[in-house]
Design a protein around this ligand. Structure first.
Ligand code: FES
Length: 504
């Protein structure tokens, strides 16, 4: 078995941030941006530059959520997206998508240079490869569709990675960086331009009638416009919970044997393992991702980390994992993010979500688009990303998602009720959802023998949470909320903690 460290993102470990938790909340701003990740900070930066007074409200710390837990590839190559988009929405939509993602990549390149943000922005070619004969034709089709969409794409047979590749789609001139250094630099620029960033304050609701108001754990803010960029939209009124699919992707990183550098960025089209290089304090590292699973599914997360570490060792030469972490990705029903008005009737409420695994360009493109929309600038990509584009396909997918939710709302409740297990019998290191005195309890006994017990119903819509044995969290299978052992919210859409039951 591979020896693995505790979970901690390489990006968080190597970029300390100033503490903004005590910053007073302004009473009134032009724009309140909820969420301090890549979409929120890009939106706030662009609007600040356009002369708006902006507030970024972050429930935890900026650049410490999904944006701090990515593999940080700034690539317009999003798996086999262009063939899919061309087929489902037409060549024009694929070209619009390609154009906006390229604009995001180019903007990061230009802005990081102009602002002097030392984020290790490095150009690199990107590859989606296969080792299976049956996938080669799909890759050829993807190379064609991507080139048709205006991207620098070709089909090649060789990749510079230790895999028996049978072919690959190559995109030249893509990039990777240190995501947190980029975002902390952007946050500093927002403040320099007069914007306010408040950490440690959670938005609990937004009232749209009689002037837009954000209700927070530290009081109320009046805002001309409100942008919800909280990864999973924290307001249920857009029914996003039925239109987003949460998956969790694991990441491991470590130095590469013989100090070899991984120059390109690689993704296996079939297994979805990926790898990129990173120079960590002068030491060549590889950052590998994969082994995804649906949030809250009862999987052994520890074994998945072990499998990923062994893949990184076999194919990228990672001889020792120094960091491991996981990211939460949300996919939309048609694989195009939702960016625009929160719901058809909203006038001053906006949203950006659903970037799948491509949040670096996707989140940036969302920020650029929202800044245009909020300043009244025409943007030809607005209809492609419109969150309120509903077709038959999305309706069907919505029903499928809700069927999964229904299973967790009803089926799991029944099975947990059938199997009550006294909490006193929980062994150290063991976790269980069980019934005690007519209540469903999520309980974990830590290795020191202390019992941590909280209510087992997710505070979003009541699904039963499941234990994540690698990160020691309670994760909700329905829409991906995650909770710490004490019940506090790590990740929404839930905004309220699981109630504490007992500790001893
Ligand atoms: Fe929706 Fe848990 S996240 S019910």
């Amino acid at each position: 078995m591979t020896e693995l460290p505790g979970t901690r993102s390489l990006w968080l470990d190597t970029a300390p941030a100033p503490d903004r938790t005590g910053t007073p909340l302004p009473r009134e701003v032009d724009v309140a941006v909820l969420g301090g990740g890549i979409a929120g900070l890009t939106t706030a930066y662009r609007l600040g530059r356009a002369g708006r007074s902006v507030l970024v409200l972050e429930a935890a710390r900026v650049a410490a959520g999904v944006s701090g837990h990515t593999t940080a590839k700034i690539s317009t190559q999003h798996g086999l997206k262009y063939a899919t988009l061309t087929k489902s929405k037409g060549a024009e939509a694929a070209a619009t998508y390609a154009y906006t993602q390229t604009a995001a990549l180019d903007w990061i390149a230009a802005a990081s240079a102009e602002l002097g943000i030392d984020c290790g922005f490095t150009r690199a070619d990107s590859f989606v490869y296969t080792t299976r004969p049956g996938t080669v034709e799909n890759l050829e089709r993807e190379a064609e569709a991507a080139a048709e969409a205006g991207l620098p794409a070709t089909f090649v047979t060789d990749v510079d990675l230790d895999v028996p590749s049978l072919g690959a789609v190559k995109f030249t001139g893509q990039a990777h960086f240190h995501p947190r250094r980029w975002l902390l630099g952007l946050a500093e620029q927002i403040e320099r331009a007069g914007g306010t960033i408040v950490e440690g304050v959670r938005a609990e609701g937004v009232d749209e009638l009689g002037g837009t108001r954000v209700r927070t754990t530290a009081g109320e803010v009046r805002a001309g416009e409100v942008v919800v960029a909280t990864h999973y939209p924290m307001l249920d009124r857009g029914l996003f919970f039925a239109r987003l699919d949460p998956v969790r992707d694991l990441v491991v990183a470590g130095p590469v044997e013989g100090n070899r550098r991984v120059d390109g960025m690689y993704l296996d089209a079939d297994t979805h393992h990926s790898v990129r290089g990173y120079l960590n304090d002068g030491v060549p590292y590889a950052v590998a991702g994969g082994e995804h699973y649906r949030v809250g599914d009862s999987v052994d997360v520890e074994s998945r980390y072990e499998r990923l570490a062994s893949w990184a060792s076999d194919h990228a030469g990672v001889h020792r994992v120094t960091h491991r972490w996981s990211a939460h990705d949300l996919s939309t029903v048609d694989s195009v993010p939702y960016v625009g008005r929160y719901h058809p009737a909203s006038r001053h409420l906006w949203v950006a979500t659903g970037f799948g695994q491509w949040g670096m360009t996707g989140g940036t493109a969302a920020g650029l688009l929202l800044a245009d929309l909020l300043t009244g600038k025409e943007n030809p990509s607005a209809s492609l990303y419109d969150p309120n584009r509903f077709g038959l396909r999305s309706a069907i997918k919505t029903v499928e998602n809700n069927a999964t939710v229904a299973k967790f709302l009803v089926g799991d409740h029944v099975s947990a009720l059938r199997k009550p297990a006294p909490l006193d019998e929980l062994a150290p290191g063991e976790a269980k959802v069980t019934r005690e005195g007519g209540e469903l309890i999520a309980a974990y006994r830590d290795p020191g023998g202390e019992l941590h017990a909280v209510g087992a119903h997710c505070t979003h819509l009541g699904c039963l949470v499941a234990f994540n044995n690698a990160e020691k969290t309670w994760d909700c299978p329905c829409h991906g909320s995650r909770f710490a052992l004490d019940g506090s919210v790590i990740q929404g859409p839930a905004v309220h903690a699981l109630p504490k039951k007992r500790e001893r």
